[in-house]
Design a protein around this ligand. Structure first.
Ligand code: SF4
Length: 535
C-alpha cells in the first residue's frame, strides 16, 4: 500500500459537538453555526475588513507583541541553535510517535493517572462527559445567590477542547464549563469565538470588555462592580472576583497540556495568570485532554521548549506559571487524574511525509503575530479554531478539503515567509501552503473528472492550470503564446494595469492588479538584438 493510499484511508477529524440548542442553558451561547460551514476565506475576509474598530484593536495589539518578541529573542545568541534543537526533537518524536505514546501511557498509568484514547471529537466528548458526570454524581444542584451551583467544571485555556467543542458537549449534558483565562472569559461572556491562540480576545478593546463584564457577569455569577471602569487592572480584578467562587466550589478541573513527557508520564501547562494553577490543584478530579502530537520523549527535552515557547508567545524569558504534574499525590491536589489522548485527524496528517511538519507546532502564535494577512482580517475569517498561517496548513489537513473554507485556507497568504522566520520549531509554512494549494487543485480536478457533465468553466482554475502546463511543456507552443501576449501589450498601449474584468477573469482581477504585458516578448527582443533563434 503506498503512503498516499494509506493516508487516504485514515479518517479526517470528526465534527465537533454541535451548539446546544435545548432549554435551560447554563453558560453563554456561542455564535450560531459551525465553523466548518463558514464561507470561503475571501468572503469572510471582506466581512472582517468592514470592522474598523477590530482592525484598530488588532493593529495596536500585534505591533506591541511583535516588538516585544523581537527584543526578547534577540537577547539569546543561541536562538537559532534552540530552533534547530526544537525542530530535531519534534521530528524524532513524530517518527516514533507510536512508541512514545505507548511509553507515555505506561508512565502515566504507573503514576496513578487513568489514560483514555479518543479517535475523534465525538469519542473524546463522550469520554469526558462520562468522567465529569461520574465525578459530579453526588453533587447537589442549588442556587447560592450568585448562580446555579453543582454541575460545573472549571477549565484551563485549551485549544484542543475548543477543537472538539467540549463546552457544548458538556452543556448538552447539563454541565456548565467555565473558562478561567481572562481573555477566554471575555470571549465566553461575550457570546463570541476566540480569534487568536494566545490572546483569544485580541479583537476586543478595553471599553468593549468593560461593557461585556457589566452586561453579562451578573447572569452567570458574581456581578461586575457597577462603577467598573476600563482600566486593565480593574477589569482583571472584576474577573478575579467573578471566578474566585467558581474555583472554590468546582469539583472537576479540565485542562489541555503544552507538553506530555513520555519517559516520566509528566504533563506540563504553561500560563501567565495563575488561573491554570488554580484549576490544576483545587478540584478533586482533573481531566486533561491532550492531542497526540504533544508528546516529548524525555524530561530533558523540556529544557529546549521552555525557552522557545515563552519567548515566542508572550515575549517573556519564562512563563509566570509552569505547572508540571506526574499523577495524583495524596493530600495534595486532585485525587483522581484522567488523561484523554486525542487523535482527531492527526494520524492522517502524520501519514503525509510533507504535511506532517505542521504537527511540530507548539501553538506559540508567533506566526499569527507577524502575518500581514492575519493582522488585517483577524482570526474569525479563517473559520477554524486554528487561525493564521499555521491554521491555513493544519486545518485543511485535519478536516480535509471538501468545505469551501478549508479549500480556501491555503490561499489565505501572500507567501511573504515571515511566519517561517519566527517559527520556533522551523515549520516551513510557505512551502506547506504551496503544497496544500496543489492538493486543493488536485482535489478539484479529481472532482471535475468524476462529474463529466459539469460545465468546463465551473472548474476554471484547474482547467486553466492544466492549459498553462500544456502550453509551457513545448517551446513552439510557448513561443506562439508569448507572441500573442506581446500583441495584446501593443494593443493595450500605455495603461498601467488591467482593471476589473468580467467573470471568470474577475476572480483574479478583484483581488490583484494585472500588469499590462510588455509590447515585445523577451524571445523577440533577443532575436532582434542578437540575431539568434528562439532558445
Ligand atoms: S507554526 Fe510555529 S510560529 Fe506558528 S504557532 Fe506553531 S510553533 Fe508557533
Amino acid at each position: 500500500m503506498t503512503l498516499v493510499h494509506r493516508q487516504s484511508t485514515i479518517p479526517v477529524a470528526g465534527p465537533p459537538a454541535p451548539r446546544y440548542e435545548g432549554p435551560n442553558r447554563r453558560t453563554p451561547a456561542p455564535p450560531a453555526g459551525e465553523l466548518v460551514d463558514s464561507p470561503g476565506f475571501p468572503t469572510a475576509a471582506r466581512r472582517e475588513l468592514d470592522l474598523p474598530v477590530q482592525r484598530g484593536n488588532l493593529h495596536q495589539a500585534m505591533t506591541t507583541i511583535r516588538t516585544k518578541r523581537q527584543q526578547c529573542v534577540s537577547e539569546l545568541d543561541h536562538w537559532e541553535e534552540l530552533r534547530l534543537a526544537g525542530e530535531a526533537i519534534k521530528n524524532r518524536t513524530l517518527r516514533h510517535l507510536d512508541s512514545y505514546l505507548v511509553q507515555l501511557e505506561e508512565n502515566l498509568t504507573a503514576a496513578g493517572a487513568t489514560v483514555h484514547w479518543a479517535r475523534d471529537a465525538a469519542e473524546a466528548n463522550r469520554i469526558i462527559t462520562g468522567l465529569v458526570k461520574e465525578a459530579l454524581a453526588d453533587e447537589e444542584v442549588h442556587y447560592d445567590g450568585t448562580g446555579v451551583v453543582g454541575d460545573e467544571v472549571v477549565k484551563v485555556k485549551s485549544m484542543v477542547t475548543q477543537e472538539i467543542d467540549m463546552n457544548e458537549a458538556l452543556e448538552a449534558a447539563g454541565v456548565a464549563a467555565w473558562e478561567t483565562d481572562l481573555a477566554e472569559i471575555i470571549v465566553q461572556l461575550g457570546h463570541d469565538r476566540p480569534s487568536h491562540f494566545l490572546v483569544p480576545a485580541i479583537h476586543r478593546n478595553r471599553a468593549e470588555v468593560r461593557e461585556i463584564f457589566l452586561a453579562e457577569m451578573g447572569t452567570y455569577g458574581k456581578p461586575a462592580p457597577p462603577d467598573l471602569d476600563s482600566e486593565p487592572r480593574n477589569l482583571a480584578g472584576a474577573a478575579r472576583l467573578h471566578l474566585r467562587e467558581k474555583f472554590l466550589r468546582a469539583k472537576v478541573g479540565i485542562s489541555g497540556a503544552n507538553f506530555a513527557v513520555a519517559d516520566t508520564g509528566t504533563l506540563v501547562v504553561v500560563e501567565s495568570e495563575g488561573n491554570g494553577r488554580m484549576c490544576l490543584t483545587l478540584p478533586q478530579t482533573l481531566i486533561s485532554v491532550v492531542g497526540v502530537e504533544k508528546v516529548l520523549p524525555t524530561f530533558d527535552d523540556l529544557e529546549v521548549f521552555l525557552q522557545l515557547l515563552p519567548r515566542s508567545s508572550t515575549a517573556e524569558r519564562m512563563n509566570p506559571y509552569t505547572s508540571m504534574w506526574t499523577g495524583p499525590t495524596g493530600g495534595d491536589g486532585p485525587e483522581k487524574m484522567h488523561v484523554v489522548l486525542l487523535d482527531n485527524g492527526r494520524s492522517r496528517v502524520l501519514a503525509d511525509r510533507i504535511g506532517r511538519e505542521a504537527l511540530r507546532c507548539i501553538r506559540c502564535s508567533a506566526c499569527l503575530n507577524v502575518c500581514p494577512v492575519y493582522e488585517k482580517v483577524g482570526g474569525h475569517a479563517y473559520g477554524s479554531v486554528y487561525p493564521g498561517p499555521i491554521g491555513s496548513i493544519l486545518t485543511p489537513q485535519l478536516r480535509g478539503t471538501t468545505s469551501a473554507v478549508d479549500r480556501s485556507l491555503p490561499f489565505a497568504s501572500s507567501l511573504c515567509g515571515a511566519c517561517f522566520e519566527v517559527c520556533p520549531v522551523r515549520i516551513p509554512i510557505p512551502e506547506l501552503l504551496v503544497y496544500m494549494r496543489n492538493q486543493v487543485v488536485e482535489s478539484k480536478k479529481a472532482e471535475a473528472k468524476s462529474k463529466p457533465g459539469m460545465p468546463f468553466l465551473a472548474h476554471g482554475e484547474p482547467a486553466a492550470m492544466t492549459g498553462a502546463a500544456w502550453m509551457m511543456a513545448d517551446s513552439r507552443r510557448w513561443s506562439a503564446a508569448t507572441k500573442g501576449v506581446g500583441l495584446s501589450g501593443r494593443i493595450l498601449g500605455k495603461a498601467d494595469h488591467l482593471g476589473p474584468m468580467p467573470w471568470p477573469l474577475s476572480k483574479w482581477t478583484n483581488a490583484r492588479d494585472v500588469p499590462i504585458p510588455p509590447q515585445e516578448s523577451f524571445r523577440s527582443w533577443y532575436k532582434r538584438e542578437r540575431g539568434g533563434g528562439s532558445r
